[in-house]
Design a protein around this ligand. Sequence first.
Ligand code: ADP
Length: 185
Amino acid sequence: MKDSSIELIYKDTQIKVLQDDITKQDTEAIVNAANSSLMGGGGVDGAIHRAGGPQILEECKEIRKTKGKCPTGEAVITSGGNLRAKYVIHTVGPIWHGGDNNEPQLLKNAYKNSLILAYNNNINSISFPSISTGAYRYPIEKASDIALTAVKEILDKHSFKEIRFILFSKNDFDIYKRKINHILK
Ligand code: ADP
């Protein structure tokens, strides 16, 4: 196993933590840390739209027309355009305002609703970025606890083939590496 990857099994689900680029993942779905406009943005959102091509934005525009903005903590699904992943699940994490504005619950909802949407679409493998910890400034130590706990809570009810946590930086990867065996045990 490479330094930049960890694998374990929780219940019946294969879990991987990788330091990598989410746009390169071959899971059936990847999750986008979108904003509620669904009209694209910077960071991982920009990278996914660039790599996936215009089809994804077209579908986001259709969703906007029929359902309006995506509230924080909710998730919607489009195809993956030119990505290896067949689907993109767009979820909106909270902007960090100090932690007393329901940020933990909203971040947990973003992970859980993404997995519930995957489950309802018969998607068996899914990759997550570190939602809210870039432009939205959620502290990675706190956010990683929530990400891992949210996934655990869903996996206690349903299993998937594989769930990946894709961290862009070595620092974020090391934090997940330190925590994963404590939370998903
Ligand atoms: P948010 O607005 O939810 O904070 P960002 O995209 O600004 O979202 O950042 C979320 C995380 O995604 C950050 O840790 C950032 O480093 C990471 N990131 C950016 N590009 C990629 C990518 N191509 N693959 C995986 N993670 C990425």
